[in-house]
Design a binder for this molecule. Structure first.
Ligand SMILES: Cc1cc2nc3c(=O)[nH]c(=O)nc-3n(C[C@H](O)[C@H](O)[C@H](O)COP(=O)(O)OP(=O)(O)OC[C@H]3O[C@@H](n4cnc5c(N)ncnc54)[C@H](O)[C@@H]3O)c2cc1C
Length: 305
């Protein structure tokens, strides 16, 4: 059986990323987690989600981009998506990755590209979430986010923190002082024990600690998880503290625990689904496999068919 770290190692292989993008045959398998190749397919998926009571966040799949022209293409894609959200009147914001905007080439380039997208979203009254990537870029991602946040409002741009990182509780305290809207998730990359808790128990404990800090802050945050223990801890804490359902949102990934997404939306919680689309699905897809080895059997079965 492939281990989590082996799958995450494969996820980082750029040659495989380009190789996989060429094979339409994979579409059948990736369809469970990825809304399609085009923004129109993502819009169609989001319309269905909206009809089920869930809001959404567009994610144009691409990361570790190493050409300036390609980063400019990413900016155009997001500007196009923000216009489509307005035209189609769907309930969605957008999520971006700074390595998609050129962080590996030059942080200044990533900042400028992200700024263009945030400025357009702010003008439209929409919101941009800056996803968090590997720990080699945690600090620079936070620095760029803070720069954006100093120029734009609380409801224009937000960030993500990962509970597997030892530094995250301190980062959350620091960012709340600005204040900032935070998505807390467990974290999806391969990290060494010096920077990340190796044991799930500690990751979960830290998640609950940070979730409580966020909920008590009075700012609107995203609680991103499919883990019923984390969800129940959030519901209990909010109830005990008299924090209303409207004060935060749950977030899940497209195609994962749809039953739970509908249940929470039906119970009156704000439920946002992260909707990835595009050609460069390989690293995202591999991280989903790494999270749940049972998904590998799902892939094998479908490859065989
Ligand atoms: C909206 C959203 C945005 C995210 N953004 C980021 C980000 O910016 N940076 C980052 O590092 N990570 C991000 N993640 C991923 C996150 O860090 C975790 O890797 C992922 O959510 C799995 O953790 P979990 O909280 O669901 O708990 P786990 O303990 O991993 O899983 C709990 C249960 O959820 C179900 N489940 C979890 N994953 C899967 C799967 N792939 N397939 C099927 N079932 C599954 C299973 O039933 C599992 O038992 C995001 C996640 C969400 C939901």
């Amino acid at each position: 059986m492939l281990t989590r770290s082996a799958l995450l190692y494969l996820a980082r292989q750029d040659k495989l990323k380009d190789f996989a993008a060429r094979f339409a045959a994979f579409r059948k398998i990736t369809a469970r987690f990825i809304a399609g190749e085009t923004s129109d397919q993502a819009v169609a998926a989001i319309k269905e989600l909206n009809a089920r009571g869930c809001s959404a966040s567009f994610d144009h799949l691409n990361e570790s981009v190493d050409s300036i022209a390609e980063t400019e293409g990413e900016v155009r894609e997001y500007l196009n998506v923000l216009a489509k959200i307005d035209d189609s009147q769907i309930n969605s914001n957008v999520s971006i990755k700074l390595t998609q905007f050129g962080l590996d080439i030059d942080p200044e380039l990533a900042y400028r590209n992200a700024r263009t997208v945030v400025a357009d979203a702010a003008r439209r009254g929409n919101f941009v979430r800056v996803d968090m990537e590997g720990s080699n870029v945690t600090q620079i991602t936070i620095d760029i986010f803070k720069r954006l946040r100093s120029e734009f409002g609380l409801n224009d741009v937000g960030i993500v923190l990962q509970s597997y990182l030892r530094r995250t509780y301190d980062d959350a305290q620091d960012l709340l002082k600005i204040p900032a809207r935070i998505r807390i998730c467990k974290g999806a990359y391969n990290e060494p024990p010096e920077v990340a808790f190796p044991d799930k128990k500690d990751v979960d404990e830290n998640y609950v600690r940070v979730m409580k800090l966020l909920l008590s802050s009075g700012t609107y945050h995203g609680i991103a998880t499919h883990d019923p223990h984390m969800i129940n801890a959030t519901i209990r804490y909010a109830r005990d503290q008299g924090i209303g359902k409207e004060a935060f949102e749950f977030q899940m990934l497209y195609g994962i625990r749809r039953d739970l997404q509908e249940k929470l939306a039906g119970d009156g919680y704000n439920m946002r689904v992260y909707v990835p689309y595009g050609k460069h699905w390989y690293p995202y897809f591999m991280r989903r496999l790494a999270e749940r080895p049972a998904n590998i059997w799902f892939v094998m079965k479908n490859l065989w068919k």
